[in-house]
Design a protein around this ligand. Structure first.
Ligand code: C2E
Ligand code: MG
Ligand code: MG
Ligand code: MG
Length: 280
């Protein structure tokens, strides 16, 4: 079974360092500088099919901080949102994801792979949000049907009409829309009927106890039947154990992401994993 990590994991700061980091006032300045110095990079976490093949990946941002080391979003994403720096950071993530797609699409063995990028509400509410994304896609001359954008339902709570209109622009060129962390917010039935989404990702909090907790299992079953009725793809996030995978497979799910398969890894490591898993 394919497992990957290999010393590439993002570090966890001790609370004191995190605290200094947050309150130094230097953080925003450092982030701004890091955008210019391209210290933000993507790690890719593969998505697996029920045939245990890699069908794509999610791009997850990391900050290669010069002194602190490799930082996971937990340490800087809130600050990036509050300072609006998530907008240029998000563009760098999209650029890197499109570069990866461009490479994959150049080879027949990898051309069907997709990449998902997470979008911040701050990005979406920019005036020329869709146009900017479409421009990056066009510049890289990639097949847009292999790009997925992940959004959370908070954007629809704020202004469902405007969010729908913006996302429909992306969908009009073939980009897919995925609803991330599904089940954790105020998701309602009418949402699923009206939203311009192609896929939902069942939040990993539901996976945690699925093989022991009847209620967790009922939740997942209900989400699956909802998605079926509305013709949406379903991705299971946070699959950590074989038991979870077996149960989810029995329930009819077929797209999986989680530490059981692989942690997020550098793009070049994912290429090695793809070679091992998909082309044997
Ligand atoms: P998310 O989009 O829900 O991404 C999934 C998170 O769960 C990732 O954490 C991933 O490493 C982690 N994960 C995946 N499988 C497992 C598992 O089996 N067990 C456990 N315990 N965790 C698992 P990460 O990379 O730290 O990202 C955290 C969040 O930060 C993301 O949640 C997303 O909301 C945000 N984020 C990451 N990259 C970006 C980005 O480029 N832009 C924006 N706006 N947000 C981002
Ligand atoms: Mg996500
Ligand atoms: Mg998620
Ligand atoms: Mg999440």
């Amino acid at each position: 079974r394919a497992k990957a990590n290999g010393g590439n994991e993002a570090i966890i700061l001790d609370p004191q360092t995190q605290n200094d980091f947050n309150h130094s006032g230097e953080l925003q300045k450092a982030m701004r500088q890091s955008i210019d110095d391209s210290e933000f990079c993507i790690y890719l976490q593969p998505k697996f099919s029920n045939e245990q093949k890699i069908i794509g990946a999610e791009a997850l941002v990391r900050w290669q901080h010069p002194t602190l080391g490799l930082l996971a979003p937990y340490h800087f994403i809130t600050m990036a949102e509050e300072s609006n720096l998530i907008i240029p950071i998000g563009m760098q993530v999209l650029e890197q994801a499109c570069e990866q797609l461009q490479k994959w699409q150049a080879s027949p063995t990898t051309k069907s792979l997709s990449i998902a990028v997470n979008l911040s509400a701050k990005q979406i509410w920019q005036k020329d949000f869709a146009e900017k994304i479409i421009e990056v896609v066009n510049t890289h001359q990639i097949d847009p049907s292999k790009l997925i954008v992940e959004v959370t339902e908070s954007i629809f709570l704020k202004d469902i009409k405007a969010a729908t209109k913006k996302l429909n622009k992306l969908k009009s060129i073939g980009i897919s829309v995925s609803l991330d962390d599904f089940g954790t917010g105020f998701s309602s039935l009418s949402y699923l009927r009206d939203l311009p989404i192609d896929e939902i990702k069942i939040d990993r909090s539901f996976m945690f106890d699925i093989h022991n907790d009847k209620k967790a299992l009922m939740m997942v079953k209900s989400i699956i039947s909802l998605a079926d009725n509305f013709n949406l793809k379903v991705v299971s996030e946070g699959v950590e154990e074989k038991q979870q995978l077996d149960l989810l497979t029995q329930l009819g799910l077929s797209i999986f992401q989680g530490f059981y398969f692989s942690k997020p890894i550098p793009p070049k490591d994912l290429d090695i994993l793809i070679n091992k898993v998909n082309h044997q």
